[in-house]
Design a protein around this ligand. Structure first.
Ligand code: FCB
Length: 496
């Protein structure tokens, strides 16, 4: 992921570490000691009926990119363009899940999963993003949903995980207001076809990420780098979220609707007031830009000097963006370290004028995964607690996971202790958030399978199941077996 980078000086780093270290007061120290005692006492239970699940996305696993009437999406176009994806990879075949979904259902069954988060490819339903639905596309998801229900696994689909129909991009993409109406129509089709069997839904996956990387940085599809178009895109996505929400409740009043947001704790780089303010600004923009309009009908205070006109806000829009989500989906992978841009600092941040903030992905205390992301389990506790406190809604962890390259050994087994340790430590922090009052209903490991990791292609393996992309052979990793035991016990075992 492209970042607004700034390196911390050693002094700043030390200051931030000190101000953030766990036990700065006596009562903190006592709480820490109490936690250690409880953890040592035995397995950590999770709430009854907790949704243990895994998460995937259509473009990352399905393949069959042009079969059965599927149209071209911006990710098909982007990955077929030279130099956009590492090693020239693309999602044409991916995990071939479109043809092998029954085998993947068997893996979920074997892992004892209770929930499966997947996404629906808009271009399978409407090849060009408008007009009559494609029955073959709907049929695929209908069969998948039936298979899940048969296996007693909750189907938990996302309507949009980044794969806009290319035809809609050609007509202007997300900066074009008309895209919101197209999205509402598509939502209506999917809801009418699957709403009889699917109760819980997500509208978007990580709206901040797909707008920012797609329209500002250009590192993801559709690869544009235009600040003005970007700002408008964010507003159109907010409009689409509100409109889709109303469509869903109109078709199925009892549906349970959320969005999966990219949410990370924002930590000031130093104890300075400027850095604290910058961290709050970063929270407002990177965490809340699509949440606050939905739940409170307003944009958070994130920018300096951005007028509603620059966002393309029209009269009545701030009612339209409202979507009183039934739950908040939390995708968490790392924390950010945030500093105010120093007056003289040169910044590669293309928003510098309106967003005087530098953010760095991760700190330097935890180990790094293959993505270069710092392992920081406490961050999941921090962000879940903040969101629970500020919005008092049910929460589902819709993504959390790590990339490590472990492959089958001579014994045929994928030994991946780092992934087990990762999940163990993040789940321990999630259990702590639940104990401290957060209403968390489920947890979805990213991912069921190794898959196409966007601009990183197949070079990063996030799966609980190893996929040999030459043969499509699946091998459940040791972490998968471990996760099965957690789900079965509905408790986190004592770390060995
Ligand atoms: C998230 C995406 C998901 C996956 C993980 C690693 O940002 O939602 O599709 O790529 O990162």
């Amino acid at each position: 992921m492209k970042r607004f980078l700034s390196s911390l000086t050693r002094r700043e780093f030390l200051a931030s570490t000190i101000s953030l270290a766990g036990a700065s007061t006596l009562s903190d120290a006592l709480a820490l000691a109490q936690r250690a005692k409880t953890a040592a006492a035995g397995p950590i239970p999770f709430p009854k009926n907790f949704w243990w699940g895994t998460s995937t996305a259509a473009y990352q696993i399905e393949g069959a990119w042009n079969e059965d009437g599927k149209g071209e999406s911006i990710w098909d176009r982007f990955s077929h363009t030279s130099h956009k994806i590492k090693n020239g990879d693309n999602g044409d075949v991916a995990c071939d899940h479109y043809h092998r979904y029954r085998e993947d259902l068997d893996i979920m069954r074997r892992l004892g999963m209770k929930s499966y988060r997947f996404s629906i490819a808009w271009t399978r339903i409407q090849a060009a993003g408008s007009g009559r639905p494609n029955p073959k596309g709907l049929d695929f998801y209908s069969r998948l949903v039936d298979g899940l229900l048969e296996a007693k696994i909750r189907p938990f689909p996302t309507l949009y995980h980044w794969d806009l129909p290319q035809a809609l991009e050609d007509a202007g993409g997300w900066p074009n207001r008309d895209t919101a109406q197209r999205f509402a129509d598509y939502t209506d089709i999917v809801m009418s076809a699957l709403g009889d069997r699917v109760q819980s839904w997500m509208i978007f996956n990580e709206p901040w990420v797909f707008t920012t990387l797609g329209y500002l940085f250009g590192t993801h599809a559709p690869g544009r780098t235009d600040v003005d178009a970007y700002l408008r895109a964010t507003h159109v996505v907010n409009l689409a979220q509100g409109m889709a929400f109303r469509v869903m409740k109109g078709v199925r009043p009892r549906s349970v609707v959320g969005t999966a947001f990219s949410l990370s704790p924002m930590q000031p780089a130093t104890g300075s007031r400027a850095d604290h303010e910058a961290a709050e600004r970063a929270h407002a923009f990177q965490n809340l830009w699509f949440l606050e309009p939905a739940l409170r009908g307003r944009y958070p205070d994130a920018f300096v000097g951005v007028s509603p006109e620059m966002l393309g806000v029209q009269p009545g829009d701030m009612d339209k963006v409202r979507a009183p989500l039934d739950f908040i989906g939390v995708n968490n992978y790392y924390r950010y370290i945030v500093s105010a841009i120093r007056p003289k600092a040169l910044s590669p941040n293309p928003l510098a004028k309106i967003y005087p903030v530098d953010v760095k992905v991760g700190g330097d205390t935890g180990s790094k995964t293959d993505m270069g992301w710092e392992v920081y389990p406490r961050g999941l506790y921090e962000i879940v607690m903040r969101i629970a406190k500020d919005y008092s809604r049910p929460i589902e962890v819709t993504e959390n996971g790590c990339a490590y390259a472990d492959a089958p050994g001579k014994d045929g087994v994928v030994h991946d202790p780092r992934r087990i340790a990762f999940y163990h430590d993040y789940l321990r922090e999630l259990a702590r958030a639940i104990k401290d009052g957060a209403d968390v209903r489920g947890y979805h490991a990213w991912s069921l399978l190794d898959n196409f990791e966007w601009a990183e292609g197949y070079s990063k393996r996030f799966g609980l199941t190893y996929v040999d992309f030459k043969t499509q052979k699946r091998t459940v990793k040791e972490s998968g077996e471990w996760y099965q035991k957690v789900a079965q016990a509905n408790a986190l075992p004592v770390k060995t």
